[in-house]
Each structure stands twice: as structure tokens, then as C-alpha cells.
Design a protein around this ligand. Structure first.
Ligand SMILES: *[C@@H]1O[C@H](CO)[C@@H](O)[C@H](O)[C@H]1NC(C)=O
Length: 201
């Protein structure tokens, strides 16, 4: 009887509170292309056996798997392709009851709510954090259509300038063709004046 009460007490205490998962920070801020470490701590099971540890970390609400540990083994193939090759777990700190995930080369679409659930033979729990990844300053994301717009814009400006120059050239030519040639007659005029001046002297 006593044994049954004790067993019941142990079972309920395991379910209702002695096993706790807590996120290190409820909110993280980072810039695109930076690396970040997301931290969770969980009640260290005693005795600790890595094969009794199950972890599932997901980006919610789209449920993209960030990290999965099944009976102590990492399952990279179940990671969503958004995170593939970008998430590493610090295995050494796991046995201290810490889950540390290094996420490298952050993207703006990594922004969102993340939840890690830890299950051990002593209970289960989960906690969430929010990650905000801002676009890198001074290095805007490539926008291919803008290049075309700039090219088209420059092209039209060049065409307009060419048309204006052509009109000016035509107008100047028309003006100069209306005017009688100046230099030969003025030469004659000067020569005549010179002759007149010489005669009068
Ligand atoms: C980010 O992580 C990657 C891969 O782990 C590493 O090669 C790179 O040096 C890290 N960058 C910084 C700034 O820590």
C-alpha cells in the first residue's frame, strides 16, 4: 500500500512540475547573415542517460523542424530544408540539462516563434522564444527588377537628350543658313576701309 502511494506520488510529481523546460531568453534579435545561439535549460534527469532524451524544436506555427533528437541521436534528415546545414547542437552541455542550438547565416525569414519540447524518462516540458532577424544594414537584398527599371530609365533619358540635341542642331543649322556668310564680305569691307584710310592720309 505504502509503495503504491509512493509510486503514485512520484508519477504525479513527475508530470506536474518537477520537470521544467525554460528558454534562456524569451526574445532574440539578430541581423541577417549573423549567427545566433538559442538556449533552453531543462531539469537534468538523474541518472542522466542520453538515450532517454527526446527533443523536438520547431518554428511555429508553420511547424518547420529546426532540430530533433531521438533517443539521444540527432536526426538531421527531419530538419526542414530552411534550416538544413545551419543548425548545430552543443552536445557537451546536454548532459548538464542545457540545450544550445547554434543557428548560422540567419535569414530574415527565420524570424518567428520557436518552441523546443524536451522529453525524458522523468517528464516532459516545453518553452518558446521569439526570434527577430532584421535585414543587414547597407546591404539591401538583391532586387533584380530594379536593375531593369534603372536601365530602362537611363535609356529613356539618353533618348530624350539625343532628341533635344538633334532639334538644337537642326535649328542652329537653319539659323546659320538664313544669315549671309559674314567673314568674306567683312574682309572685303575691311580692305576697302583700309584703302580709304590710306587714300585720305
Ligand atoms: C557563423 O557560423 C559559421 C558556421 O558555423 C562559421 O563558419 C562562421 O565563422 C560564423 N560566423 C561568425 C561571425 O561567428
Amino acid at each position: 500500500m505504502m509503495w503504491r502511494i509512493l509510486l503514485l506520488f512520484t508519477l504525479t510529481s513527475r508530470v506536474c512540475g518537477t520537470f521544467v523546460v525554460t528558454v534562456g531568453q524569451s526574445s532574440y534579435q539578430a541581423e541577417e547573415n549573423q549567427n545566433i545561439s538559442l538556449d533552453w535549460t531543462f531539469t537534468r534527469p538523474d541518472p542522466f542517460r542520453i538515450s532517454y532524451v527526446y527533443i523536438l524544436c520547431e518554428k511555429i506555427p508553420d511547424q518547420r523542424v529546426l532540430y530533433r533528437l531521438f533517443e539521444g541521436d540527432e536526426v538531421p534528415q527531419s530538419e526542414d530544408k530552411q534550416f538544413s546545414g545551419r543548425v548545430q547542437s552543443d552536445r557537451d552541455v546536454l548532459r548538464e540539462g542545457r540545450l544550445r542550438l547554434h543557428v548560422s547565416r540567419l535569414r530574415t525569414e527565420d524570424s518567428g516563434l520557436y518552441e523546443c519540447e524536451v522529453i525524458t524518462h522523468q517528464g516532459r516540458g516545453s518553452d518558446r522564444c521569439n526570434l527577430t532577424v532584421s535585414a543587414a544594414v547597407g546591404r539591401p537584398e538583391p532586387r533584380p527588377y530594379n536593375d531593369w527599371l534603372i536601365l530602362v530609365g537611363l535609356g529613356s533619358v539618353a533618348a530624350a537628350v539625343a532628341v533635344v540635341v538633334a532639334i538644337i542642331v537642326v535649328l542652329v543649322k537653319q539659323q546659320s543658313s538664313k544669315r549671309p556668310p559674314v567673314s568674306p564680305s567683312s574682309d572685303i569691307y575691311n580692305q576697302l576701309r583700309l584703302i580709304q584710310i590710306l587714300k585720305s592720309v
